[in-house]
Design a protein around this ligand. Sequence first.
Ligand code: G4P
Length: 548
Amino acid sequence: MADTPTSAPTSTAPELANETARRRTFAIIAHPDAGKTTLTEKLLLYAGMLRTAGMVKNRKTGKMATSDWMTMEQERGISITASVMQFEYKDHIINVLDTPGHQDFSEDTYRTLTAADSAIMVLDASKGVETQTRKLFAACKLRGVPVLTFINKCDLPGRDPLELMTEVEDVLGIQASAMNWPVGMGRDFVGVVDRASADLIVFKKTAAGGSQRAAMERVALSSDQAQTLIGEELAKKMRDDLEMLEIAGNPYSHEAFRRGQITPVFFGSALTNFGIEPFYDAFVDMAPAPSPRQATKLDGTAVTINPITSPFSAYAFKIQANMDPRHRDSLVFVRICSGRFERDIVVKHYHRGAFVREVRLSRPQTLVARDRTTLDVAYPGDVVGLVNAGFAIGDTILAQGGPAKDGFEHAPLPQFPPEVFARVMPSDLTKRKSFDKGIVQLASEGAVQVLRSWDNPMSDPFIAAVGRLQFEVLKYRLKDEYSVEAEINDLPYQCSSWLVGEVDQFKPTHGSYLAKDHRGKPVVLFPSEWDKSYCAKQNPQHQFIEIL
Ligand code: G4P
């Protein structure tokens, strides 16, 4: 059985327990255009962080106020790098981990999900489950992250709610349980029924539209008033739908939700604010606070890290360099898993199973829009940015007394299989030294993965990433930070697998290519999924592993 390291009880213990219990650290996962930005903005609006909505993303320029540090992001008007926002809502501390919303996403997106205790999946009611949502959902499912579903844009003509629920179940392989049900769709969308209380919640448009909170009225569904509010026709449809749900729908189980086996579904419209408040309230109520995580001691034994009773620990899940041209520095984002963080805390630093050093954390930052704020105290669930701290992705920091060998490491971050590949070389061959240095550094930050030919490791490297945008980021940064123009030539591969088994016995199939990853492990690249499964059939004695 895994044991649990404990820190000495201190007078801050009740405060730590209370602060941990009120934290909700989550990511919003969505296909581009489903409404993630709009929903984020409304979460800020309802938390009193914005006076009027419409400030998070300047619609004219498309700029995100939260993450427009890199010039390239500004030029393109998209958020490439993930960041974090913290605010308070009804006595809860909300930490929203921003995952890039562009079509191209990166490993950062996936890694950010490891720092979340839950996720909100936003679906467009007219489109249902789209590709990017599917990939992000799969990453949550892999780790058993509880996911709440918000079916957005109910104010537009959309698909039938029951059909959307079925699609969630069929495509994502999770049970869906409707927590509320829309009254009317499209122009008729006037409210939702809260199934637990059997209350009808009717929303009212205000002159300010979605830029202000929507007024709402709550009445018992069985009351005469309910029918008067929504009219006979909608009331009848409502009753029929609810009856059908009672018979055919999945009952909600909180335990199953916490285990990631059922997703509670809510309907609404982020643009008009209809349904936002009931969803928000249910979210803070249902979504988990930071809970125990598994870690490994240096001798390989498992250990359970309790957020409150274990000593301060955190792990680095993301590195962002040169976010602000005024500070030429890099920021490591660490997610606190246990204990209380204080400025100037002295921690032990562990990297890939080994103790590295002891270090004082003297320049912690939180990020709110573009301003950095110096942070004094933080709790489990919080994300802290550390300036020029010399940590690599996946490293653990730990404030535990005793010898360094008694420390532990948080579970290593999964590496996700890349989907785009290219060969990269410096345009000017005299710059090879800076080029190599840049590639090593950027690969260590996780900006791209670097692969070498299995047979000829000295040849020009291949770069591989989860999304193509990462190549452009690499090119931009090689030029900006290392003064190297790089040539990037796309390669005709679309997927890859780690190869497990005797490499000598591997029989390559037409179009496949054997490479070596940064840890020296064999990776096979394929032109298509079809080629991959064909190759797997031809090599039954080998395993082709998706995610390590
Ligand atoms: P994303 O971050 O997931 O990519 O989506 P975003 O919130 O930017 O929303 C994409 C588009 O969908 C935006 O329109 C936004 O206004 C619209 N939208 C979001 N939620 C709703 C909703 O509940 N109802 C309706 N009707 N529209 C919604 P846009 O044309 O790109 O921008 P804008 O010109 O409207 O600002």
